[in-house]
Design a binder for this molecule. Sequence first.
Ligand code: SF4
Length: 368
Amino acid sequence: MNNWTISARKNITVLSPDQEAVFSFDLEGRPVSWYQNDHIYKRSLASRIHTRERVGGRRVRAVLPEADAAESYRQLLDQIANAPIPVDDPDQQDRLQRILAWTPERLLEEKHRFNRIYRPVSILPPDQYLAVVLQATFGCTWNRCTFCSFYQDREFACRTTEEFEDHCAGVTEFLGEGLSLRRSIFLADGNALVLSRDRLFPILETATAHFPGMPVHGFVDVFSGERRTSAEWSELRELGLERVHVGLETGADELLAWLNKPGSAEESFGFVSTLKEAGLKVALIFMVGAGGRRFAEQHRVATIALAERLPLQKGDIVYLSPFQSDDTGANSFSDDEIELELTVLQDRIRQAAPEAIVTRYDIREFLY
Ligand code: SF4
């Protein structure tokens, strides 16, 4: 016998038929994530459904084809429509009505609304999956790292301040009351923080005017970010920038060159030091398993050595990202070997930076 509960929280509505299932919805009534039959389902803003289950101790992930997504929405909504949900007050009643106003067809239509506002959002750091993504730029200024295919389908381009203003208005309208789930602004795409002062400052001001009180995050790479002085990064912090996400990848210069990414461990150290001097938080990404067995030893040793020098503090993050590639041409690691490397790096970097968060970044979990 089901014993339904409804929890009307500040940012989310949670329904549960029993201890085995939980469904959550944003304040517009759109599903956010749900757990049932040992599966986790997560809905992207474009209404794609990402699923996860455990099979033989391993996580198995999938993105449902549209027909299956429609069926999943139907099953979810049918359960709720026919359920004896105890509604105690008008707020709960209103939330339930909003949830049931979404049909599978209407949810799938969200894809078109999303695509009118956004070009593809290719990747985010894990702490930013619930950000408000604002695309100030498209693509990456370099776009030639051998391991990175996120932006290969587009030329680097920048929105004008007026276009960005329209984009912010479109995002606000699209998120509606679902905005209350979002905690920060992520300035996309690959290295939006590379923009010149004349372009970036008005963009930051526009972003924070549309989404007041939200701290701003963004990616930048060492070779483009290091052109700014600490004083200029500090001004950006005063305009709302909180954390800069930097793909350092490795402390091994030879491996970085092999990956065709400009820079060096010395430049990485200098750039992170500049950001920290400016009072910014950082999230640094290292790729575990990059370069395979050929580079394993030097990658591990040099990455630990770099991490030991970096001035990391509370509020900083070190992401260890298992390398995803079919064939690096460098005698790739197996998944188990990558896990072993990840554990070693995680232990050593935690010792080196005890105040920072050191955690896994699995790009297959990305969702927006
Ligand atoms: S600089 Fe960064 S975003 Fe650009 S290609 Fe390299 S890894 Fe990808």
